[in-house]
Write a protein that binds this ligand. Sequence first.
Ligand SMILES: NC(=O)c1ccc[n+]([C@@H]2O[C@H](COP(=O)([O-])OP(=O)(O)OC[C@H]3O[C@@H](n4cnc5c(N)ncnc54)[C@H](OP(=O)(O)O)[C@@H]3O)[C@@H](O)[C@H]2O)c1
Length: 331
Amino acid sequence: MIRCIIVGYGFLGKRLARALASGRIRDLKLVGIASSKGYVHNERGLSSEELPESIYQSKDFREGSASELIDGRAADLLVELTPTNIEDGEPGLSHIRQALAQGMDVVTANKGPIALAYEELMDLAEENDCMLLYEATVGGGMPLISLQRRCLAADDLLSVKGILNGTTNYILSRMHFEGMTLDLALKEAQMLGIAERDPTLDLEGIDTALKIVILANSLMKAGKKLSDVKVRGITKITSEAITAAKESGMAIKLIGVASEDELSVAPRLIKLSDPLCVHGTLNAVSFNLRILGNLTIIGEGAGESTISALLNDIHEVVKTRTRFNRFKRGC
Ligand SMILES: NC(=O)c1ccc[n+]([C@@H]2O[C@H](COP(=O)([O-])OP(=O)(O)OC[C@H]3O[C@@H](n4cnc5c(N)ncnc54)[C@H](OP(=O)(O)O)[C@@H]3O)[C@@H](O)[C@H]2O)c1
């Protein structure tokens, strides 16, 4: 039985905990959950009924840091779901380093550590014979990283480009179809919970740039940093520019590109008939491969759909470890 802890009990952590505690993944039990001020731990496993709305309400709540829970060797798998920090990747980066260094596998949706320290973390995982999976950091539930690794690895990936931020795509779509100004579309997105109260990272293209770095480093072994991405967001897009694009059968979309000679995020004109030209909160990503040509994937890039990517990564860890343990026992 694989013992799992979740660090970060917010939007994703709560939904994932419910899925795991209800037994969605066989051979896995959820034994601990941490938030910013403390944690709960139960080595028998937490059941759905024992999951509180906030862990601070739990009778088993202990004040302390997540690193105490990770350090306690109480688990085989860490799911790291603390907020993305683009300055230094913390606290997620330390949690992931600590877990890998003591031989735990890690699954995460946290873009900061993977975008800022991909090579260091991958080396650490390899040295300690651990798995580090991060499908949920890019494109919500869209299986971009596993698709390339499992189905396209023998081909050459020449470029990846696409719409990787649902908030900006929603705003640009409302401007395109309803003639709204950027300010009004942003206010509507905030009211609907599609945009954060501080939407800077989305509007300035930084969120897309983080995802482009992750794709470039993990799929193209590019060894790039966030500062290598040329970034322009959507804040200067006017209603007039949107109307002019529309009149010529195009739409303005915030497009991230990773290729051998380009790493960029910028608003671009896209033909309405292009498969990348999706609207609302949808994301779309096109792989250009030497043999296959173009392959486009479309899906919800955040929210509940991200749980699917997390569950698949967790399933991969459990499948690999249980097969390995059976092999060691000679079964
Ligand atoms: N939401 C999505 O759709 C989505 C999609 C893809 C990727 N992601 C990424 O996934 C991660 C989690 O997203 P989310 O939406 O679930 O975030 P969230 O709702 O803001 O939850 C973050 C959680 O992390 C906890 N936390 C903060 N500092 C901590 C620390 N030092 N130690 C332990 N826990 C700490 C918070 O605890 P308190 O409650 O005590 O403050 C909170 O429970 C983020 O990195 C995000 O960028 C999110």
